[in-house]
Design a protein around this ligand. Structure first.
Ligand code: SDX
Length: 430
């Protein structure tokens, strides 16, 4: 990364020269690492709208062009031509695998899909009506209690095993959380099934009858996993990096990422978006909700709309929308009212000057719920599916940070606007 360019800053009549770092592609970066030491001032950016927290080689997003690349490969090509475990390999190791490398990786993941049998009893501590995300945060955090031999972050071999274990076991844990919530027995993974088929098998098969995975549905499931695999320094990835910067073990870091993803402004939006579409109910009700979304005094937002980075369109939403039509046709679900409302809502919103001016477009969460509901998942399973898909991105970003010799604990400062120093007042005199 060339850093020959500089920028001059004039503060309190003193001039400071700051390096400007040059990316492969995208905005240049003002290096302020020495600013506080030199100028005794902080920068201020509460939502990190103008802040690069790290350098990375994993994912690139161009919000204006609607571009998303994993290791340089555009998401629409990967969604069409690759599959999730190959994308996992790409995100983890930086290159597309050879046939032998892919076969070895897939067999390693396959042989880690079962969880420690004692975990079955761990689930029993939760209420049956627990939200599956609550269960996943607890169970994934507890993985550090079950897999001690892959918690030493200083050992590259243990980091590798932890990565494989997380990618392999998250679908099993998500399926267990679902089965537990509906009172059905846990279903063990089957090694002869591919990753997406195995997840559908663990979610929908029951001991009482044979369950056949529809390969077309498995393909659609796999594509959803790929579309959610990584997304630069979003809130949950930044949470994983910050947790990892303290030296916390990878299972604890991923549990922190799952907790952050659950928020309705982030990964929880897929559940909220479908519930919103259901609440709207019919196309006739759309204008009322558009008005609510535009009303500054109304906290209502169109869930599944808007994005911090995409100010044109979310390339994942485009693929997801095409997939929604395909899956609903496959399942014989025609004239799905929720999909009709979604398409009309998108059309009306994109012609409305409020949404045009604020550059609000459907994001990855707008259509995903329609597909997942059609597949048979309850809305409570939408964000767990996002979490299991994103685990590879979180762990790839975590590995990149841990492997960076410049890595240090993340410790932001603040603009203090509280009280000046004052003496304690005894209660008798208050
Ligand atoms: C994900 O970061 C990532 O990469 C995340 C993600 C990933 O893969 O990791 O892409 C996944 O989280 C997608 C986003 C899912 N969330 C939602 O769909 C929830 C609804 N969207 C909003 O909450 C919002 O758009 C955010 C949180 C997504 C983005 O918020 P920003 O960047 O902080 O933008 P903002 O809230 O400052 O909005 C700018 C303006 C505001 O109006 P003004 O204050 O300027 O008058 O647009 C308005 C907002 O009120 N606005 C909306 C809106 N989103 C923003 N108005 C109505 N409906 C909306 N959905």
């Amino acid at each position: 990364m060339a850093d020959s360019k500089t920028a001059k800053l004039l503060i309190n009549n003193a001039e400071f020269e700051l390096p400007v770092l040059t990316p492969t592609v995208g905005p240049e970066v003002l290096d302020i690492r020495k600013l506080y030491g030199q100028a005794d001032v902080f920068t201020y950016d509460p939502g990190f709208t103008s802040t690069a927290s790290c350098d990375s080689t994993i994912t690139y997003i161009d919000g204006d062009a609607g571009e998303l690349w994993y290791r340089g490969y555009p998401i629409d090509q990967l969604a069409a031509k690759s599959h999730y475990l190959e994308v996992c390999y790409l995100l983890l190791y930086g290159e597309l695998p050879t046939a032998d490398q892919l076969h070895d990786f897939e067999s390693r993941v396959t042989r880690h899909t079962m969880v420690h049998e004692q975990m079955h009893y761990f689930f029993r501590g939760f209420r049956r009506d627990s939200h599956p995300m609550a269960t996943m945060v607890g169970v994934v955090g507890a993985m550090s209690a079950f897999y001690h031999d892959s918690t030493d972050i200083g050992d590259p071999w243990q980091r590798e095993v932890a990565a494989i274990r997380l990618i392999a076991k998250l679908p099993t844990i998500a399926a267990m959380a679902y089965k537990y919530s509906i009172g059905q027995p846990f279903v063990y993974p089957k090694n002869e099934l591919d990753y997406a088929s195995n997840f559908l098998h663990m979610c929908f098969s029951v001991p009482a009858e044979t369950y056949h995975v529809d390969p077309a549905l498995a393909r659609a499931m796999d594509r959803i996993f790929t579309l959610h695999a990584d997304h630069e320094q979003n809130a949950s990835t930044s949470t994983v990096r910050l947790a990892g910067s303290s030296g916390a073990n990878p299972f604890a870091c991923i549990a922190a990422g799952i907790a952050c993803l659950w928020g309705p402004a982030h990964g929880g939006a897929n559940q909220a978006a479908l519930e919103m579409l259901r609440e709207i109910g019919t196309v006739d009700n759309i204008p009322e909700y558009i008005a609510k979304a535009k009303d500054k005094n109304d906290p209502f937002k169109l869930m599944g709309f808007g994005h911090r980075v995409y100010k044109n369109f979310d390339p994942r939403a485009k693929v997801m929308k095409e997939s929604a039509d395909e899956v609903l046709d496959l399942l014989g679900v025609h004239n799905n009212p929720t999909l009709q409302v979604a398409k009309e809502l998108e059309k009306i919103a994109l012609e409305d000057e409020y949404f045009i001016e604020k550059k609000l477009y459907p994001n990855v969460d707008f259509y995903s719920g329609i597909i997942l509901e059609a597949m048979g998942f309850p809305t409570s399973m939408f964000t767990p599916i996002f979490a299991l898909s994103r685990t590879v991105g979180w762990i790839a970003q975590w590995k990149e940070m841990i492997g960076d010799p410049q890595n240090k604990i993340g410790r932001p400062r603040q603009l203090y606007i509280g009280s000046l120093k004052r003496d304690y007042i005894d209660i008798e005199t208050r």
